[in-house]
Design a protein around this ligand. Sequence first.
Ligand code: GDP
Ligand code: MG
Length: 598
Amino acid sequence: VRQQKIRNFCIIAHIDHGKSTLADRILEFTGALTSREMQEQVLDQMDLERERGITIKLQAVRLTYKADDGEEYILNLIDTPGHVDFTYEVSRSLAACEGALLVVDAAQGIEAQTLANVYLALDNDLEILPVINKIDLPSADPDRVKQEIEDVIGLDASEAVHASAKAGIGIKEILEQVVQKVPAPTGSPEEPLKALIFDSHYDPYRGVIVYVRVIDGSIKAGSMIKMMATGKTFEVIEVGAFKPRMSIVDELNVGDVGFIVAGIKSVGDTRVGDTVTDAKRPTAEPLPGYRKINPMVFCGLYPIETSDYNDLREALEKLQLNDASLSFEPETSSALGFGFRCGFLGLLHMDVIQERIEREFNIPLITTAPSVIYRVTLTNGDQMQIDNPSHYPEIGKIDYVEEPYVKAGIIVPNDYVGAIMELCQAKRGEFINMEYLDTTRVTITYEIPLSEIVYDFFDQLKSSTKGYASFDYEISGYRRSNLVKMDILLNGEQVDALSFIVHKDRAYHRGRAICEKLRELIPRQMFEVPIQASVGTKVVARETVKAMRKNVLAKCYGGDISRKRKLLEKQKEGKKRMKQVGNVEVPQEAFMAVLKID
Ligand code: GDP
Ligand code: MG
């Protein structure tokens, strides 16, 4: 039967270990694409993704492969996002598979996201097939990496394929292993429809395209389906598969991976992890593991030009159609005017959205420093969730405050253990444990406040280990902390968009550092601008931006006109990123300055 010939698998790897390259080779090898088509890396579609070398949207491709046993197999290759912000989406796409290719760089060995992904694959009971990639590199040491996989992960690596995705070595062997070792889907064609949503995207012509894996039953055009978590029902217009282009098929059956089009208007109705069932003959129970994902990191987005406000709202609405984890609501700042408070899964997600707004929608933005959600319990017993520091209650009204912590796993060469510990300690981390991976590398686990991770942790981790550290984290829960709000005053006026939350023990140090940083960032004005940092009414630090000495244009009097024009244009350029706050011109960087200190 057809079901016995289906293999659903994904590729998991630490970033840069060659997942996308291997996926491309597999597409090429199975004839899904010619090498010319290949050039536009099909599995990473968006520009931003390609530039950053990350995969944000999950993709699923149906391939046919004639194996050495003479049989033709249907291989569904599901691509997973490669960044810590998207752990939940990774876990749902793994849940759509029976097997995973574990790609490990033959020169680098196991890294933090290798481990994180392996744990997710094990949670989903996947058959894991190790692949040692980049064996073409002179520094490749496949035997050491095999040993590491056995020792650290406890997988049998004796049959690991030695591959080079770049040179096209080992591809056939990998596909043979997929056919032989990954189990065919179980599940029953007679049972009511049960399908897992592992991704969706918004298409302006057809509405939401829902990516599903059929667990039981079947689905075809005309059937009424129901999303079990959201309770919404839809009539199926068409079903199909990505081959890799979208192609309509008559039916999706047990074990199949494909898409559903059903006139759905927003991806919010098709939550990743939700179960699709037959509206008339529903399945008894939804699939396990569904979670509504909540944004963890918030920041304010303000148009530099006030007149862009409506365009910004439209841009956010459009992006949200395609991204259920993006949240936004209107917000006003006395310093920045009208804008939006936006919620993201993590820092990368935040970066991607900001960049898309600026690039695709052409709206220059001022963004405020990211904040996590603080839980504040007031002395009168009320509880508040604070995602904007300027809404932090007065100290006197607060009973206690809790902040989110993450469990961070960091892998580094032995030589950098000291540097990592120093960094984590500086970030208020609590040491959990340290284990040797082999004789040269260790994995270190810390619990660290999420807010400290948000503040420049990645960059500092990279610079203090010359780029050798790899890092992964998951939210571990809320803990009480002694936190205060720090306000910044420019020219005597409090600038709400510059307020931030800080641990009491560090308030003095941070206050001084931020004042110094702001003094560097704020250009001289016609008058002197005092900068103050205060906690409550107490000023903890003060700096001054001296008044401008002379008009920059004065230099040009009598000079040639083109030079003068250039100067004016340059000033205009600079202005784009300036915001008038009271009577002080403040550059965009100032609002992010708090991230760049310590
Ligand atoms: P991903 O982040 O896991 O998707 O990794 P990519 O597929 O984007 O590859 C990261 C980098 O490694 C790219 O520059 C690839 O060209 C390179 N790469 C991938 N596979 C190989 C390989 O087998 N050998 C060598 N030498 N480089 C490779
Ligand atoms: Mg990739």
